[in-house]
Design a protein around this ligand. Structure first.
Ligand code: ADE
Length: 234
C-alpha cells in the first residue's frame, strides 16, 4: 500500500512514522509512506498557504490553490487515481475497525491533514472523496489523526505484524474486546496468573479467553454486543 500525506507540519509526523511497526513495515516494503510539505506549493515568495476566513471569525483557513496544486501534482506522479483522498476532520465519519479493515485493502491513499481553522470548502467539495474523524473531540490539526489512521491500516497489512494472527485477534476485530494478557512471573505481589494459562491445555485456554472476552465486553462496552432477541411471549 502507498500512502501520501499532505501536511503543513512534516516534522511533526516523521518520528512516529520512523519507529517500531510503521518503520519495519516500510523497511519490508509493505507500506510506502510519503510526507509532503504543503508549503512547497505555497503562493508567492512567502509561500503562503493560509488566509483569513471570509465572513470573519478566528483562525486561518488553508487556501485552495496550494492544495489543488499539490494534489494535482501528486496525482500526476502516481499515474493512476488514488483509491481515496481522505481529509481528517472532526466532521467526518468516525474511524472504527470495519472502516480500517476496508481501507487497509486500498492500493494508494492520499491523506490531507488540515490545520488552523480547516481547509477551504471547495477542496472538500471537489477533491476529497472521504472525510474521517478519529473521535468526537477536536484536536489542533489533522496530523495526529492521520497518524492514527496510518497505524490502524498498516498493522492490518499481511506481514506487517510478526504474528499473522495477532491483528485479527485484536479487540474489536470481531466486535469483542480482547482477553486479559499475562506474562512472567506467575506470582507478583500476591497476585497470580490464572491457572488455566499455565496448564498447557490449549482448548481450555481458548475457552477461557472467549469467556473473558464476552464478560469484559459485557462489563466495559455492552454497546458493542448485538441487542438481545426479545423473548417471544406466548
Ligand atoms: N482534526 C481535528 N480534530 C480531529 C478529529 N477528532 N478527527 C480527525 N481530524 C481532526
Amino acid at each position: 500500500m502507498r500512502i501520501d500525506l499532505i501536511t503543513v507540519l512534516p516534522n511533526l509526523v516523521r518520528s512516529p512514522l520512523d519507529h517500531s511497526i510503521l518503520q519495519r513495515a516500510q523497511e519490508k516494503g509493505l507500506v510506502e509512506i510519503h510526507v509532503h510539505d504543503l508549503r512547497d506549493w505555497g503562493l508567492g515568495s512567502y509561500r503562503q498557504i493560509d488566509d483569513l476566513p471570509y465572513g470573519g471569525g478566528g483562525g486561518m483557513v488553508l487556501r485552495p490553490e496550494p492544495l489543488f496544486a499539490c494534489v494535482e501534482s501528486l496525482q500526476e506522479n502516481l499515474g493512476e487515481p488514488y483509491d481515496e483522498i481522505i481529509y481528517l476532520t472532526p466532521d467526518g465519519e468516525t474511524l472504527d475497525q470495519p472502516l480500517a479493515n476496508r481501507l487497509s485493502l486500498s492500493k494508494n491513499l492520499l491523506l490531507i491533514a488540515g490545520h488552523y481553522k480547516g481547509i477551504d470548502q471547495r477542496v472538500r467539495d471537489t477533491l476529497v472523496t472521504r472525510e474521517i474523524s478519529i473521535g468526537d473531540y477536536v484536536l489542533s490539526g489533522g496530523e495526529l489523526p492521520a497518524l492514527v489512521l496510518i497505524d490502524a491500516l498498516a498493522r492490518l497489512i499481511p506481514g506487517v505484524i510478526g504474528d499473522a494472527n495477532s491483528a485479527l485477534s485484536d479487540s474489536f476485530q470481531d466486535g469483542l474486546l480482547d482477553a486479559p494478557a499475562y506474562t512472567r512471573p506467575p506470582e507478583f505481589n500476591g497476585m497470580s496468573v490464572p491457572v488455566v494459562l499455565t496448564s498447557g491445555d490449549h482448548n481450555a485456554i481458548l475457552s477461557w479467553r472467549e469467556e473473558q472476552r464476552l464478560e469484559k465486553t459485557q462489563r466495559l462496552r455492552p454497546d458493542l454486543l448485538p441487542p438481545k432477541h426479545e423473548e417471544s411471549v406466548e
